[in-house]
Design a binder for this molecule. Structure first.
Ligand code: ATP
Length: 235
C-alpha cells in the first residue's frame, strides 16, 4: 500500500531523515518506535505532504505521491492525526467532525460515518454540542482521531495518540485503534509507548537519529534483547 524508498528530509541544515525506507501493507498496523527527536513525526509529516523529501520516493498503491500537495494526498485516502491532538477549540465536537469531511460531498455517507465515529467514541456523542476546547485530554484525542476518520482514510497516520493520557485511557485508545484497523483501515502508528504499540502491531520499525536501525514483526522486536534494553524498559 505504502512504500517509502530512501527518503532524506531536512529542516534547513538539520538532516532529520537519512535514507529512510519502509513499507506498509494493506490491512496492517505498523508501528514506528524511537526516542524523542528520532524523526518519527518528521516521517509522518512527510507522508502527508507537510514536508518534502529532498531525495527518495514515496509510492502509494504503486503511484508516486512524493511531491503531491496535502489536499490531494488526503483525497487519495491518507489521513494524519498530528501529535498534540490539535482540535478546533472554539468549535463544537460535531463541527470538528464535519470539518474532517471537508474534502467529501457525499452528504448521506458523511452522516453515516459521523454516526460510526459516535459508535466508536460514545463519549463524543454525549458531548457533541460541547466546545472542543473544554474536552479533557483523552476526549480531545478521541476527537482528533474521529475527525481524521471523517475523511474516510484507507491509511491512518497516528502520531503519539497515547501522549499524556492516564494508563486506563491509553488502553482504551489502543483498543479503539485495533477496532479501527479491524474495520478495514490500515494504520501507521508512531509511539513512544513501545510496549503498547508492539502489543497491537503486526510489524515495527525502530528509528534512531533519522535512521531505521531495526525492523521486523512485532513479536521479533519484542523478543530482541537490544530492543528490550533500549525501548521496553529492559523487561
Ligand atoms: P518527538 O516524539 O519528540 O516528536 P520525533 O521522533 O517525532 O520525536 P521529530 O519531531 O521528527 O522527532 O524530530 C526529528 C529531528 O528534527 C529532531 O532533531 C528535531 O529537533 C528536528 N526538528 C523537528 N522539527 C523541526 C523544525 N520545525 N525545525 C528544525 N528542526 C526540527
Amino acid at each position: 500500500m505504502l512504500k517509502v524508498d530512501e527518503i532524506d528530509v531536512y529542516y534547513d541544515n538539520i538532516h532529520a531523515l537519512k535514507g529512510v525506507s519502509l513499507e506498509v501493507l494493506a490491512g496492517e498496523i505498523v508501528t514506528l518506535i524511537g526516542a524523542n527527536g528520532a524523526g518519527k513525526s518528521t516521517l509522518l509529516k512527510t507522508l502527508s505532504g507537510l514536508l518534502r523529501p529532498k531525495t527518495g520516493r514515496i509510492d502509494y498503491f504503486g503511484q508516486s505521491i512524493t511531491n503531491k500537495p496535502v489536499q490531494s494526498i488526503v483525497q487519495s485516502g491518507i489521513s494524519h492525526v498530528p501529535e498534540g491532538r490539535r482540535v478546533f477549540a472554539n468549535m463544537t465536537v460535531a463541527e470538528n467532525l464535519d470539518l474532517g469531511a471537508y474534502i467529501r460531498k457525499d452528504k448521506k455517507a458523511i452522516e453515516e460515518d459521523k454516526q460510526a465515529v459516535y459508535a466508536l467514541f460514545p463519549r463524543l456523542l454525549e458531548r457533541k454540542k460541547q466546545l472542543a476546547g473544554t474536552l479533557s485530554g483523552g476526549e480531545q484525542q478521541m476527537l482528533a482521531i474521529g475527525r481524521a476518520l471523517m475523511a474516510k482514510p484507507k491509511l491512518l497516520l497516528l502520531d503519539e495518540p497515547s501522549m499524556g493520557l492516564a494508563p486506563l485511557l491509553v488502553k482504551q485508545i489502543f483498543q479503539i485503534i485495533q477496532e479501527i484497523n479491524q474495520n478495514g483501515t490500515t494504520i501507521l502508528l508512531v509511539e513512544q509507548n513501545a510496549n503498547m504499540a508492539l502489543s497491537i502491531a503486526n510489524r515495527a520499525y525502530v528509528i534512531e537519529t533519522g535512521n531505521v536501525v531495526a525492523s521486523g514483526t512485532a513479536k521479533e522486536l519484542q523478543s530482541s534483547e537490544r530492543i528490550k534494553q533500549a525501548y521496553l524498559g529492559g523487561m
